[in-house]
Design a binder for this molecule. Structure first.
Ligand SMILES: CC(C)(COP(=O)(O)OP(=O)(O)OC[C@H]1O[C@@H](n2cnc3c(N)ncnc32)[C@H](O)[C@@H]1OP(=O)(O)O)[C@@H](O)C(=O)NCCC(=O)NCCS
Length: 173
């Protein structure tokens, strides 16, 4: 299954695939980009700590509750998208590498993720200041449920976080 993303008037095919060991360096680099960490905020407290990253991603890959996938654009690494369960709620997450920002990759990847994930309801969380992430979620049919202020390790301060849920009528499920 693939989605088409905008790219200078052309389209680029976006796909999700299983993550493998060869992706880990690219994921680590993507998740330590300072601008991206500022946007996401609810990240590792030290994004440069490779040992902590390796331990975290090993736990994610081993967990039966987690499906962490690689997003590809025309076959090349473009980011990650995943679903996981926290306190009984099924949540989506996505992170796109900076070289692929701004041409619809996250929106296309999230559409694919929603289509392959059967569990409903689906939830998502994002820092309220992360306007691009909010736009991606709204494009895919998520609507805001509530906001809370909590400590965001990536930026070392309290950040307002929105909880969103997928509206079934828009989802088509
Ligand atoms: C947020 C992120 C996923 C967006 O990825 P992307 O592939 O660039 O997203 P898309 O191109 O699909 O969509 C971005 C949308 O934000 C809009 N946008 C861009 N800059 C914006 C801004 N400053 N304010 C508001 N909206 C903005 C774009 O116009 C686009 O909407 P459109 O399709 O209506 O034009 C990516 O920047 C990222 O991974 N950031 C770091 C990690 C992160 O924040 N992850 C999400 C955590 S929940």
């Amino acid at each position: 299954m693939s989605e088409r993303a905008r790219y200078g008037g052309r389209v680029a095919h976006i796909e999700l695939r299983e993550l493998d060991d060869d992706d880990l360096d690219a994921i680590f680099e993507m998740m330590r980009d300072a601008e991206a960490v500022e946007m996401a905020a609810f990240t590792a407290s030290d994004p440069d700590d490779r040992a902590a990253f390796d331990a975290w991603i090993a736990r994610e890959r081993a967990s039966t509750d987690v499906a962490l996938l690689v997003v590809t654009e025309r076959g090349g690494f473009a980011g990650t998208a995943g679903v996981f369960t926290v306190d009984g709620d099924r949540e989506v997450t996505f992170w796109i590498a900076r070289h692929a920002w701004g041409r619809g990759v996250a929106t296309a990847a999230l559409r694919l993720l929603i289509a392959r994930e059967p569990i409903r309801p689906l939830f998502a969380r994002t820092a309220v200041h992360n306007a691009r992430s909010l736009a991606v979620l709204e494009h895919c049919g998520f609507t805001e449920v509530s906001r809370t202020l909590s400590y965001a390790p990536g930026v070392g301060r309290d950040v307002e976080e929105a909880l969103l849920t997928l509206v079934p009528a828009l989802d088509g499920a």
